[in-house]
Design a protein around this ligand. Sequence first.
Ligand code: NDP
Length: 282
Amino acid sequence: MAVVMSGKEVSARMKEMLLAKVSELKGKGINPTLGIVRVGNRDDDLVYERSILKRFHTLGIDVDVHELPEDISQDDFDSQFMLVNDDPYIHGILLFRPLPEGLSDNYAILHMNPKKDIDGMSPVNAARIFAGENEGFAPCTPSAVMAMLAQYGYDVAGHNVVIVGRSMVVGRPLAMLMLKANATVTVCHSRTQNIQEICKRADIVIAAAGQAKMLTADYVTRKSVVVDVGIDTDSEGNLCGDVDFEKVEPIVRAVSPVPGGVGAVTTSILAENLLKAAKMLG
Ligand code: NDP
């Protein structure tokens, strides 16, 4: 039987540390505040927003939601974003992406204060993560993968890690975090050949391809530790991950479920990053 790596448990273990940091900041007269910028009302944005509001409320962190109309002009979006960016009461910004069609996030990403970029979107933070620096912010999801493995005691140093997916939000920054943690990293993508064999040779497999249940029993062995980043829907319309959990779980050493896996850790990482930003900004 595999160890099922629960995001809820990881989050629960992080709670005490987060509460202590909030209390320390408040003791110094700093009220940590997150600014969310949301354009329109996409379902997945609203689900993520609700989970942030709930989590941050239990931690005593304020959240300012800036909801902008879906038909906002590019100029108005850019200037509204900069108002949030320049607001001294806001310590960190989360911009829900992708933006509606026709709207670009280029200006926002290039001009945002890197110290408030707690989801690692700006080129400044990307460069810092690429260089393996301690300063700066990595996107929350790859950091959540690292936190989950660490909390369950799976040291990546010296081990073979295969990441399936090379996006700027998950696969690429995760590869950099893994390298920094001394893993030997292979990144697979839609053009990779023999992907099943490559995954089978890995100690740790991270599935971040956005393909429902693609990682079947043919990709794993008894020694595999599998982290599922995917948030997909199966052929019956049910929420699932990139891993075929029912088939993989009886074989592997450990696996994270969807829902209740990486996604549940992401909001805690967002809170951790916000508190780091609030401390830096004062
Ligand atoms: P993207 O669609 O941006 O990237 C998917 C990546 O997977 C690409 O690099 C693509 O390759 C690769 N890929 C696609 N199909 C295959 C395949 N059959 N075999 C191998 N590689 C493949 O997705 P994201 O990175 O944004 O998201 C990935 C998943 O993670 C999604 O399910 C998303 O919903 C989820 N997600 C979860 C989060 C969380 O907090 N848990 C947060 C963000 C995302 P190529 O580059 O060649 O096209």
